[in-house]
Design a protein around this ligand. Sequence first.
Ligand SMILES: [Zn+2]
Length: 274
Amino acid sequence: MRSETAKLVEKAHEKSSWPTAEVDGMLLLQAPSLKGQRLKHAFTTRKGGQTPAPFDSFNLGRHDAAVDHWNDAMDNRKRLCAALEVPFADLRVPGQVHSKRVVFAEDAQQLKEVDAVATVSSNVPVLLHYADCVPIIIFDPRRSALAVVHAGWRGTAAMIASEAVTALVNRAGSEAWDLIAAVGPAIGSCCYPTSAEAAKSLASTVTDGELFITLREGQPCPDLRAINAMQLLERGLSTVDVSDLCTACNPDIFYSHRQSGGMTGRQGAIACLI
Ligand SMILES: [Zn+2]
């Protein structure tokens, strides 16, 4: 008989094809487990907007200093909110500094040094943006609460997804078992050779961590989506829904920091309680 851990490891590695929808020209993905729930959500792609190269064509990040770039990103954020029918005026976008800091939108004066935003309020959309890092939406259908999480390798090594669960438990009264987590498109182990140190620190966050690192040509290649899924399963979640898409394998659909050599735009994950 297989151990409980072996079952979790297998579950954490499961990935599925998510349906896409074209809304107002934007190509959006939705996690099957979040569809029909009392929230609006989307994982965006690079398809849909007017953003010029090399950030073409639906960039949501304001990581370039040029004024046109900022204005274009704001236009795209507005269009995304309009497509989902959520209020752009109340949109929360944290600074994302690869920390493990989770804050509630209701508490935060500013979101500069924050990588996950939670809320218990309706009509407060939260948007985080990515280009290989792991986007995670965590939703509590019983207590109507959510968190949107930015988990790059540093955030994953610091277990930010688990921190977000703890924040929901402490502040919203969530029980981990009730939570639904959707882990969106991100760089796969197919395209992600890392240093031995990074691989080791990632593996140390879960039981049997070595099963989440593949050796390719002598270099460790961690599966960041599966490691985040395993952290969430070990934290007690019952439902973790993982997209099968690698951002670096699909440069026509997604921005990829690795694949582009660093010069690229940002896709987003957005969620809003209704
Ligand atoms: Zn890949």
